[in-house]
Design a protein around this ligand. Structure first.
Ligand code: ZN
Length: 310
């Protein structure tokens, strides 16, 4: 039985070529109307939506329209949160390659100097407060990039909740944070409540998935040897995010079941706002991919609410 709480977190941000670098000038938002329609459909399933918005989104014309549309529902079933993409967020103090492109290393806000990270988050927080009428208290780092100074800065700026942890994920091979020791359980860092973006293991055998989801060390024992890796393959062990971007309804449902079995209480279902329109993210090259994303999302969310209500 799935009885836990689920929140949809949308990374509301500009459209950009994900493999093409990080540019200050790249701040286009053309998917506002599609986003509004889809969020309204999501809300109809009864779940809460957090719009984690970056500077480019909040300062754009279409982003402003989205905010105006949902402003009335704020803190009932829609919350406006901060999402820091350093490359489009002033003040611009970090080094650039040619005055426009910032280095990959600095695309993770946690890699900026403490002063620059704080200055950027301050300007984003102020802008969101101006546009929505409320000061945001939930934070999502761009590229999940938290760092050594992030939680002190969040505390100083009045934030209460961070959703930047991505359970079991290790982004350190390309300068990002290492969350491989984190499961999906709620935790607290420097007094800030942290709820991870839901991610975990599925397998042909439910008991095996539960074993790996329970403790981050359990998979490492298998991954360290050739035989272990063969066993993982035979058991169909796969890591899945609770996201319709690249994962099917079936995979997400299996993940929810396993995490619910082991007592995870909070789930974060997430996707990037440009995925609501064809051709803007690598996940949605054609119409058929968009239909699948919409259908899978609404099916899973509808089911989640009805099972909870049992
Ligand atoms: Zn983002």
């Amino acid at each position: 039985m799935i009885r836990s709480k689920l929140t949809v977190i949308i990374h509301a941000e500009e459209e950009f070529d994900w493999g093409g670098g990080f540019f200050r000038s790249n701040n286009n938002i053309t998917h506002g109307a599609e986003l509004t329609t889809f969020v309204d459909q999501i809300l109809a399933t009864g779940v809460r939506v957090v719009l984690a918005m970056d500077y480019a989104f909040v300062s754009s014309e279409q982003g402003t329209k989205v905010i105006e549309h949902f402003k009335q529902q704020q803190y009932k079933n829609v919350e406006f949160a901060s999402h820091l993409h350093p490359w489009v967020n002033p003040p611009f103090e970090e080094p650039t390659i040619d005055g426009d492109e910032i280095e990959d290393f600095y695309s993770f806000p946690g890699n900026l100097s403490a002063d620059t990270e704080e200055a950027k988050l301050t300007s984003l927080t102020t802008l969101i407060e101006q546009k929505t009428g409320r000061r945001p208290t939930t934070y999502l780092a761009g590229r999940y990039g938290t760092g050594a100074n992030t939680y002190q800065i969040l505390k100083k700026l009045g934030y209460k909740l961070d959703v930047s942890i991505s359970a079991f994920a290790d982004f350190s091979s390309y300068h990002g944070p290492d969350f491989s020791n984190y499961t999906n359980s709620e935790t607290s860092i420097d007094g800030i409540r942290c709820i991870p973006h839901t991610s975990g293991y599925i397998s042909y055998c439910n008991g095996v998935a539960n074993y790996f989801n329970r403790d981050s060390q359990n998979l490492a024992k298998f991954n360290n040897s050739f035989i272990g890796k063969v066993i993982l393959k035979l058991l169909g062990v796969k890591r899945v995010r609770l996201s319709p971007e690249g994962y099917s309804y079936k995979e997400m449902h299996k993940l929810l079941k396993s995490l619910n079995d082991i007592g995870v209480e909070n789930f974060i279902f997430s996707f990037h706002s440009p995925s609501v329109k064809v051709g803007l993210t690598p996940y949605i090259p054609e119409d058929k991919h968009l239909s699948k994303l919409r259908n899978d999302t609404l099916k899973l969310l509808n089911e989640f609410s009805s099972i909870r209500a049992d």
